[in-house]
Structures are given as C-alpha cells and as structure tokens.
Design a protein around this ligand. Structure first.
Ligand SMILES: [Zn+2]
Length: 209
C-alpha cells in the first residue's frame, strides 16, 4: 500500500509518475509551459506531454541533477554497492533515507520503524544501525531474544502525521564522478549519506513542532 494521494505534498511536485501520465497536473514547479499553452491552444494531451518533459522537480521537492531525479541516483547507488561491500555498509541508511524523503513510494506500515532507524543512525552512527540489523536477522532466525529487535528504537520519536518541509539535502545533489558515488573514498561518501539522513530527520522532526 502506498500513501493516498491526499497525503502528498499538496498540489505541487509530489505526484507519482503513473498519475502524471494520466493528465496535466494542477500546478507545477515551472510555469514555463503555460506560455506555450494558451487557453485556445493545443489539445489537453499535448499539454500533458509538454508538462512531463518539463518536469525538473522530484517528489521530494529537489531539483534534478545530472543523472536525473533522486530515483535515478538511488538506483545508481543500489547498483554500485552490489559489487562494493564497503559501500554496501550504508545500504540500510540509503534505503530508509530515500523512503522517508519519498514517502509516497514507501509502505506506510514500515515507515515509523524506518524513521526510528534513521534517528538511531543519526544519533549513534553506522555501527549502531548495523548492530540492530544483525540482531534482527538473528531474531528472525530464532537465535536472539525477541525483544532486542525493537528495544533500541523505542526511545526515538514516532513518525509524525503530516508532510515534512523540503529537505536541505537530497539524493539528486550527490556528486558522481566517472560513474561512481565513491570516487573520493568511502568515508567521504558516508559523510554525504549522513548529511542527507540528518536533513531528513530534521525535516520530519519539524512536523511535530
Ligand atoms: Zn527526491
């Protein structure tokens, strides 16, 4: 189940691609297309196609980068980390950060847990998150106390109701050189992922206040 459209960032960029294909959006980030579509002008489907081609904003509100939208960066990371075990250490951080920035693509029932995981990571670092993941795997294999899997997360804030404001760091802002996200080393890459994670938690936390 995805979140209902009514819970999306109202009327702006948070429109799923499949919905976009169905017709023109009520509003858009760039008003440029309006100049070429006078009221008596092209048929609606022409306006819709123009709209799609001119979309330069992601669901999360970020501007597209050289690789495209956040989803293009996300898939690029997932592909590269497959053959790079050191880079793969940030896999869970990448996934939960991406889903919390693009919650219309996430499973709502898991989002609260993912938000708490992200807070754990920002608060205690990568090793703490990897420890939690390892314990959860062990628990699922009946080799650990059932309570440990969620215990470290209960102290963190639940996911607030509502939509977070725009994030100050996004996937589409990640630098890529020679087709690699870890061109300057894993530590630098990890710092960039952490910055996006921190921006994500910060935005969601502001929903509560
Ligand atoms: Zn995005």
């Amino acid at each position: 189940m995805t979140r209902p459209a009514s819970m999306s960032r109202a009327g702006t960029a948070c429109v799923r691609r499949d919905l976009m294909a169905a017709g023109p959006r009520p509003s858009r980030a760039s008003a440029g297309a309006d100049k070429t579509s006078p009221r008596s002008g092209p048929a609606p489907y022409v306006a819709a196609m123009t709209d799609i081609s001119m979309t330069d904003r992601c669901d999360c509100g970020a501007t597209a980068g050289p690789l495209g939208m956040c989803v293009d960066y996300y898939h690029g990371i997932l592909a590269e980390e497959q053959s790079d075990p050191q880079m793969f250490r940030w896999h869970a951080c990448v996934v939960v950060t991406y889903l919390l920035q693009h919650s219309s693509r996430a499973h709502e029932k898991y989002l609260d847990d993912q938000y708490r995981q992200l807070q754990l990571y920002v608060d205690q670092g990568l090793d703490a998150l990897l420890r939690l993941a390892a314990h959860r795997v062990a628990r699922n294999n009946h080799r650990a106390r059932p309570s440990y899997g969620t215990a470290p997360l209960t102290t963190y804030a639940p996911l607030p109701q509502g939509e977070p404001p725009r994030f100050s760091a996004s996937f589409s802002g990640l630098p890529v050189k020679d087709g690699s996200f870890v061109f300057d080393g894993h530590s630098a890459y990890g710092d960039r992922i952490k910055a996006i994670a921190e921006a994500t938690v910060e935005s969601w936390k502001s929903v509560q206040s």
